[in-house]
Design a binder for this molecule. Structure first.
Ligand code: DQA
Length: 144
């Protein structure tokens, strides 16, 4: 099974950005956790991070016909991007939305998720572990 893990803007700053909210572990730590999960679960996982909305749209379109499941943390674009929502709908690949923090317990503007409207499941507030849970969810529900 091939899974694409997508991370949006400022997630490359994990470990530096707002450690009170996102913790002190780095983006490299997150990539390593996902790599470990791929090996343990015998999955083919590709990872991609971008600070640019259009690049994330391009990557979702690229996934069509190649990828069986998407894990996506669109970061700030969660709350603004109809383009990412439309891209997920266009490719119709099962997608799980992940947020490191509990967005429901934060500012009101974080409580709308456009991307989430095209996702089969959402995991919020479980830290980095949420990505592992999302991968396992896709494997269990959409794996061979
Ligand atoms: C985030 C939550 C978003 O509201 C925020 O803009 C992020 C990260 C999270 O993982 O908790 O950049 O998606």
């Amino acid at each position: 099974m091939k899974i694409l893990v997508l991370n949006g803007p400022n997630l490359n700053m994990l470990g530096i950005r707002e450690p009170g909210i996102y913790g002190r572990s780095t983006f490299a730590d997150l990539l390593a956790l996902i790599e470990r999960t791929a090996k343990e679960e015998n999955l083919d996982i590709e990872q991609y991070q971008s600070n640019h909305e259009g690049h994330l749209v391009d990557k979702i379109q690229w996934a069509y016909g190649k990828i069986d499941g998407i894990v996506i943390n669109p970061a700030a674009y969660t709350h603004t991007s109809v383009a990412i929502l439309d891209a997920l709908k266009a490719v119709s690949i099962p997608a799980v939305e992940v947020h490191i923090s509990d967005v429901d317990a934060r500012e009101p503007f974080r409580q709308i998720s456009y991307a989430g409207m095209a996702c089969v499941h959402t995991i919020k507030g479980h830290g980095f572990e949420g990505y592992r849970e999302a991968i396992l969810y896709l494997k269990e529900h959409y794996g061979p």
